[in-house]
Design a protein around this ligand. Structure first.
Ligand code: ADP
Length: 449
């Protein structure tokens, strides 16, 4: 096992990784920006190295500074967390070529999956269902028109290099296609330095269902069931669950098998997530793979009992997975609410000093956060400051437990989205499991004050 791991991240995920390392007896190195001197991850790690000014570009995305921190601390391996450099294949390659272990998949798997067109080609070969649309890139307006007619409107034009919900355009009818196609191509070139675009049929009322996978360096790949992530606003997940209340046993077996096939196709190592869109008839289609740990990993940890961060580290160190597919059983239901420092309905960020922080506790409540009383949330980063996760025998009990946990949560001094969760958890459609990816935005329009 490693003697020391550097965590190239901040916030709750850096804290989560430090905790896992400590339980494994591994020393930890935090890197921090000038704005994060008093951050929880800076305080909790065994060692901490300042890597630059507040702006992410100059610190958490500053590869030379991170590599220098690894060098002076005698680090053995680097964990990238999520966001920042986690899906940057060039960074992974630099880490490996500098003689450190990268806690994640190979740069090659990251490159294939990081490009949506090459990912779709690999998935087609692996027999994973794809959203109907173009075979690979679409180069001309004429080709776009032909593909769109074949798939049937509405369609979505997507940038191959897109991410984080950017670089996509929905087109409802043929006359609107040429302009949308050109605009998407131009914008993709400007935003991602790659103007490759492709076309998919736009699914009108899908759910977002994703499959967690875990692979080791000995060719073993398992799935850890699915997560329901349809509660989204601006392509940002707000609340996640495992398992999905909508997915039948038969569909579960099929989508999880597709997840494993997807991971096998790129010789995947470590923790990864295959995202699918699912129609009301339970037909499902691959949209992309995230080659990193995800924010919502705790719901999967809770229903399976598998510590995903621990296993990311173990497989990176060369260990075999300690279980096979048959050993992984699903127990009960888990929900995660993301706690953001922002207005609950207007979504304006609310950085500043936390006067009082009281985390909920009690049976089957987990809080992964990076804040404390007296902490000042800097304005430079993501507004997510923590996550409340609950587990129970069934979904209904889990919702009740989350309601009481969210009621117990106290954060004063800054505004949080606590009230959004309170209202959402009480919503009859949410409680009935009757929603798709458009539900939250539609509901917000109705309740907007
Ligand atoms: P990103 O990498 O930017 O997250 P994705 O391909 O994962 O892009 O898509 C993000 C979101 O966009 C999906 O969760 C879904 O809400 C919507 N979306 C993407 N493709 C389609 C599609 N073919 N039909 C309907 N919605 C889609």
């Amino acid at each position: 096992m490693f003697h020391k791991v550097l965590i190239a991240n901040r916030g709750e995920i850096a804290v989560r990784i430090i905790r896992a390392c400590r339980e494994l007896g591994i020393g930890t190195v935090a890197v921090y920006s000038e704005a994060d001197r008093d951050a929880m991850h800076t305080r909790l790690a065994d060692e901490a190295v300042c890597i630059g000014p507040a702006a992410g570009k100059l610190s958490y995305l500053n590869i030379p500074a991170i590599m220098a921190a690894a060098e002076i601390t005698d680090t053995e391996a680097i964990h990238p967390g999520y966001g920042f450099l986690a899906e940057n294949a060039d960074f992974a390659q630099i880490v490996i070529e500098s003689g450190y272990t990268w806690i994640g998949p190979s740069p090659e798997s990251m490159r294939i999956m990081g490009d949506k067109v090459s990912a779709k080609i690999a998935m087609e070969h692996a027999g994973v269902p794809l959203v109907p649309g173009s075979k690979g890139a679409v180069k001309t307006v004429e080709e776009a028109q032909r593909v769109a007619k074949e798939a049937g409107f509405p369609v979505i034009v997507k940038a191959s290099a897109g991410g984080g919900g950017r670089g996509m355009k929905v087109v409802h009818s043929e006359p609107a296609l040429p302009a949308a196609f050109s605009m998407c191509k131009t914008e993709a070139g400007a935003a991602f330095g790659d103007d490759t675009v492709f076309i998919e049929k736009y699914l009108e009322v899908p759910r977002h269902i994703e499959v967690q996978v875990l692979g080791d360096k000995h060719g073993n790949i398992v799935h850890l069931f699915e997560r329901e992530c349809s509660m989204q606003r601006n392509n940002q997940k707000v609340l996640e669950e495992a398992p999905s209340a909508f997915v039948t046993e038969e569909t579960r077996a099929a989508i999880c098998a597709a997840g494993v096939a997807a991971a096998k196709a790129v010789d995947y190592i470590g923790a990864g997530t295959i995202e699918f869109l699912m129609n009301p008839d339970q037909s499902f289609y691959f949209i992309e793979m995230n080659t990193r740990i995800q924010v919502e990993h705790p719901v999967t940890e809770w229903i399976t009992g598998v510590d995903l961060i621990e296993w990311q580290i173990r497989v990176a160190a060369g260990e075999k997975l300690g279980f096979n597919q048959e050993k992984i059983k699903m127990k009960g239901h888990a929900i995660e609410c993301r706690i953001n420092a922002e207005h609950p309905f207007k979504f304006t960020p609310s950085p500043g000093k936390i006067d009082l922080y009281h985390a909920p506790g009690g049976r089957s409540v987990r809080v992964d956060s990076a804040v404390y009383t007296g902490y000042t949330i800097p304005p430079y980063y993501d507004s997510m400051i923590g996550k409340v996760i609950t587990h129970a025998r069934d979904r209904q009990k889990c919702i009740r437990r989350m309601q009481r946990a969210i009621d117990e949560l106290v954060i004063t001094g800054v505004t949080t989205n606590r009230e959004l969760h309170q209202r959402l958890l009480a919503n009859p459609a949410f409680q009935a499991g009757d929603f798709n990816i458009h539900f939250l935005e539609k509901w917000l329009k109705q309740i907007h004050i």
